[in-house]
Structures are given as C-alpha cells and as structure tokens.
Design a protein around this ligand. Sequence first.
Ligand SMILES: NC(=O)c1ccc[n+]([C@@H]2O[C@H](COP(=O)([O-])OP(=O)(O)OC[C@H]3O[C@@H](n4cnc5c(N)ncnc54)[C@H](O)[C@@H]3O)[C@@H](O)[C@H]2O)c1
Length: 272
Amino acid sequence: MTYGLLKGKKGIIFGALDESSIAWKVAEKAYAEGAEILLTNAPVAMRLGSIKNLAEKCNTEIIPADATNLEDLKKLMERAKEKFGKIDFMLHSIGMSPNIRKNKPYNDLDYDFYNKTLDVSAISLHKMLHVAEKTEILNRGASIVALTYIAAQRIFSKYSDMADAKALLESITRSYGYRLGNSLGVRVNTVSQSPTKTTAGSGIAGFEEMFNYADKMSPLGNATAEDCADFCIMLFSDLTRKVTMQNLYHDGGFSMVGISDAIIEEYIKNNK
Ligand SMILES: NC(=O)c1ccc[n+]([C@@H]2O[C@H](COP(=O)([O-])OP(=O)(O)OC[C@H]3O[C@@H](n4cnc5c(N)ncnc54)[C@H](O)[C@@H]3O)[C@@H](O)[C@H]2O)c1
C-alpha cells in the first residue's frame, strides 16, 4: 500500500549496494511514495553491487561519490541541483570498518584503519551536510536521516570501532541538527535499526548469533530492512516536521528489554 507521502519531494539516497541494503529498500519505497531520487555510492560499489538495476527501477541515475571526499560530494550536489533545484531529503546509509574486516581486536586496532572507520561511517555525515549547506541545496524543512546501531549506547563486544563511529554519527546528528534547524528548519535524525542481514551487517563476527539474540529479546521481533524503509519514509514526510536531533530506536522494542522469556527458556533448554 502506498500513501503518496513523498509526492513532489526530491532526495538523495546514499548507500544502496544490493537488494539486501537498507538504502535499496528506502529508495524503492521513496520512489513508490512519489519522490524523485538520485542514487549515489562509492565508485567501487558500482563494480561490486547491482545498483544499476535499482536506478532503472526508480527511473533515475547514479552519481558515484566517495562520501569521505569533499570534491566528489560537491559534484554530486551540483548534479542534484541541476536535476532538482533543491532537495527535501537525504539518507546516509553508509558504514565500513577496515579493522572489523581484518579481524583486528578493539584493544589492538590499526589506527589508520580506525581513522578510516570514523571518516567513512560518521564524518561523512558531517561532510555531506557541510557541502549541502554550502551549495544551498536543502529546501526549508528538509529531512536528513542516518542509520545507526545501539552499540553507540551499550557494549556489543564484536562491534568494535564501529561503536565509536556510531556514537560520533549520533553526536554529529545533534550538532548539525541544532544548526540546520535554526537556519533552515531542517530536521536531522538517526534511526537505530535492529541487526539486519546485509553486506555490512553480516561482516560483523558473530552476526548470526547477535541477530537471533535480538530477535528473541524483542517483543515485536527484529525490524527488517523493509520495516526500516517505512520508518525512514515517515521521517522524510511532512508528518514528522517537528522531530529533530533524535536517535530513534527502530528495533522491535529490543532497547527497552533487560531479559525476555524467550531468552530464559533458551538458557533452561541449554542447561538441561
Ligand atoms: N545491517 C545491520 O545489521 C545494521 C544495523 C544497524 C545499522 N546499520 C547501518 O545501516 C547502514 C547501511 O548498512 P547496510 O546494513 O544496509 O549494509 P550495506 O553494506 O548494504 O550498506 C553499506 C553501504 O556503505 C557504502 N559505503 C562504504 N564506504 C563508502 C564510501 N566511502 N562512500 C560512500 N559509500 C560507502 C557501501 O558501498 C554500501 O552501499 C550503515 O550505516 C550500517 O551501519 C546496519
């Protein structure tokens, strides 16, 4: 079912790699809800992923941009300006840790990798908003959403330096949200999503166990990528005009549970 929630709106979606990507689902739903979108991802993702199929489906183009590179971001926003004039929403759905990829433990991080994790997964949001502001591409009341994970607030032992990146991402959300709210009425929020079976998600050691644990802890079960897309669409829409600088849990209730019956039963079963 569609509601025309984004009719007439224009936006940029960062981070759709393949059909499992959260950004992929957001792009499909934004298009279905009446938005016109531009897709972007790192140049390497053009070779690895299937984003071209998504562009065809959404009747749009892909502008390659490394989200850590200010020149790339400038070119992207200039193209968006040519195409749309101004935009109404942006999705930041970007995350990557070379330390996790190379199995470096948190107390033995490679510091160049650590900088890369922070740059790609968090500072890229700052750069994106900086370039958007300087190019004056944001419409009054535009909505920016970035995806995060509860490891910013609590320890998830295998999430390593990505937890630090998410804490920074959420802080940038507040800092920029304050400024852009005052100057342009622009909203900036993070969505803290359940573990989701995607390329980035599955790269975390013990992901399957984290996924199953969260599912058993959450009264509503894990939120899927598609559920997440619905939530993002609501945040892009005019129905959330006064929501900003928030970290919004979209996790089936996981963040509010200490222990669940399902987890207790699992322990009883395993100890028999
Ligand atoms: N999958 C999960 O369990 C989960 C849970 C909570 C939050 N998130 C967050 O959701 C977001 C999207 O991840 P996903 O799970 O859909 O995985 P994904 O692998 O599909 O998406 C990650 C994207 O980041 C892009 N990217 C990496 N480096 C980049 C760069 N330098 N410039 C531009 N793009 C770059 C990748 O190409 C990819 O498209 C991430 O921020 C992730 O941390 C994921």
